[in-house]
Every structure is written in structure tokens, then in C-alpha cells.
Ligand binder design. Structure first.
Ligand SMILES: Nc1ncnc2c1ncn2[C@@H]1O[C@H](COP(=O)(O)OP(=O)(O)O)[C@@H](O)[C@H]1O
Ligand SMILES: [Mg+2]
Length: 269
């Protein structure tokens, strides 16, 4: 268990039935690209031969084509590509939000499509955090209340934790403001803190900076990437490569296919 985890959030609550062994088929082509010894750990995100098709007015669109990748924990991953290249689709598949039409996806040994929807939802709630292009804050709650609402219970401990995170991200003094009193960048950083409240193993962010100016965009990315220092994995979808200067690996998508993975040495950063 990681620091700060309880029996409940560490996934121990999942019964052995949910932790079926993962068997890997070699059909997915690029599977080995960033696979290493770490990828067998419990917190590696992976998909194998993941294809996502949409049938739209008799025509099939391939949102993802045979994507195979393993993302060991504790790193900042970028998913890049032009609009419509499948970036959001890959995020949905890796986070268990969408089952692939073919192939599979998993978190550690938890294979999404071998489990019930309830089990996948539980896992997502306990182990993952999400940030979207819009912060989706409740307008009648303060920044602090919006963050604490993500905790299982509104407790003093939860409030203190939220205050600590606000302070850590240079936002103390803003806790009692309502969303309408915050800038776009501040609102988005509140949504990042909300995503951190349950100590997720992975934070998924889909175009978190697309609605922000560059300065605020960088500050949101900085807030997100800091989660890596706490041992968490950060997955950021963006079409803006500048936002990924600090990423450990960048997955490049084109027409639903994984075309390249750019790995960066952390020494160079
Ligand atoms: N619900 C859907 N129905 C039909 N086609 C979809 C749906 N969602 C996504 N697509 C198509 O799948 C492709 C990839 O979409 P998406 O993953 O959203 O790309 P990106 O996030 O890179 O812009 C696009 O061609 C898109 O039009
Ligand atoms: Mg998208």
C-alpha cells in the first residue's frame, strides 16, 4: 500500500474474483515498445490490441486501431495527435470508461472487460482521478467545498487535506471563493485538486488546458505533473505539444493508431 492509502483505497477490498490473471496475446504489434520489468506491477495501465469502432449511419469509424501499450506507474504520460486521432478514446479505454470493441485494457491485473460494470466503477472511483477540459465545479459551493465534495465523507481531515493541497499549489486564500470569483486557470486547478482528494493511483486529464491561455495552461500542467512526485501516474491528452515538455513519455496517435512513443530521460529535464 502507498503512503496515505487505507485498506479500502488500496484496492484490497476487491475480491480475488476481480483480480483474474492477465493473459497477453502478441497480436498488438507495439506492445513491447515501453514494456519493461516494472510493467508487471499492480499499477501499470495497459491495453492490448485495443480497437474501438463506432457504427455511425452504416459506416464504421475506427476511433482506435489495435493499440497496445503498457504504462508503468509514477510517470507523466502525454497522448498527442490531431483532432479526431483517438486521444480521448485511448483515455477512455485505459481508464475503463469505454470497453474496446476488440482487445482489452487493464489496470495492473484488473482486466476491465473481465469484471462487472460495478466493479470497474468502484475501481475507477477508488484508484483514478479525472480532469476534463471544463472544470465542472458546482457554482453554489466554495472552492474548498467543491474539493471536499470528492471525499467519501466531509470530515475535518478531508478539509485539512484539501487545504494542504490548495496551499501546495499556491492557492491558499482562495478556498472560500465561489467558482464565479475564480479565473479559468484557478477553477481548473481546483478541479485538479478535487481529482487528487482520494489519493488516486492515476490522474487522467483530457485536454485540461484547451480552454486556458498558455500561462494558466502551464500552471495546470505543473499541478498535474506534481502528482508523479507522490508516486502517481499522470495521463494528459492534449493537441498542444508545448504542454508536454515535462512528460516522461509521449504517445503519438494518428487515425486511431499508435504511431510513435517518445521516451524522455528524466535527467534531461
Ligand atoms: N460516439 C461516437 N460516435 C461515432 N464516432 C465517434 C464517437 N466518438 C468518437 N468518434 C470518432 O472517433 C474518432 C476519434 O475520436 P476521439 O477519440 O474523440 O478523438 P480526439 O480526442 O483525438 O479528438 C473520431 O473520428 C470521432 O469522430
Ligand atoms: Mg478528444
Amino acid at each position: 500500500m502507498r503512503e496515505g492509502e487505507t485498506e479500502e483505497t488500496s484496492g484490497k477490498r476487491l475480491t480475488p474474483m476481480h483480480l483474474l490473471p492477465f493473459s497477453h496475446s502478441d497480436e498488438g504489434g507495439t506492445w513491447t515498445l515501453i514494456m519493461n520489468e516494472q510493467s508487471t506491477t499492480e499499477r501499470t495501465l495497459a491495453c492490448e490490441g485495443a480497437t474501438l469502432e463506432y457504427l455511425d449511419a452504416g459506416r464504421t469509424t475506427f476511433a482506435l486501431k489495435e493499440v497496445s501499450v503498457a504504462l508503468p506507474p509514477g510517470k507523466f504520460y502525454g497522448i498527442m495527435g490531431p483532432s479526431g486521432s483517438g486521444k480521448s478514446s485511448l483515455l477512455y479505454v485505459l481508464s475503463g470508461l469505454k470497453p474496446p470493441t476488440h482487445g482489452s485494457a487493464r489496470f495492473g491485473s484488473f482486466v476491465y472487460n473481465r469484471n462487472t460494470e460495478t466493479a470497474v466503477t468502484d475501481l475507477r472511483r477508488q484508484r483514478f482521478g479525472f480532469v476534463f477540459q471544463q472544470p465542472f465545479l458546482l457554482p453554489y459551493l466554495t472552492a474548498l467545498e467543491n474539493i471536499v465534495a470528492a471525499a467519501p465523507k466531509v470530515t475535518t481531515a478531508a478539509k485539512n487535506k484539501a487545504m494542504g493541497l490548495l496551499d501546495h499549489l499556491g492557492m491558499s486564500g482562495l478556498e472560500n471563493k465561489q467558482p464565479s470569483q475564480l479565473s479559468g486557470g484557478e477553477k481548473q486547478r481546483v478541479s485538479v485538486i478535487r481529482a487528487m482528494m482520494n489519493d488516486p493511483d492515476v490522474i487522467f486529464a483530457d485536454e485540461p488546458t484547451a480552454a486556458l491561455d498558455r500561462g494558466n495552461g502551464f500552471r495546470v500542467i505543473e499541478a498535474l505533473s506534481g502528482w508523479r512526485e507522490r508516486g502517481g501516474t499522470v495521463v494528459v491528452v492534449t493537441h498542444d505539444g508545448d504542454m508536454l515538455q515535462d512528460a516522461d513519455s509521449i504517445l503519438m496517435l494518428r487515425d486511431g493508431a499508435l504511431t510513435d512513443i517518445e521516451n524522455r530521460s528524466r535527467d534531461k529535464r
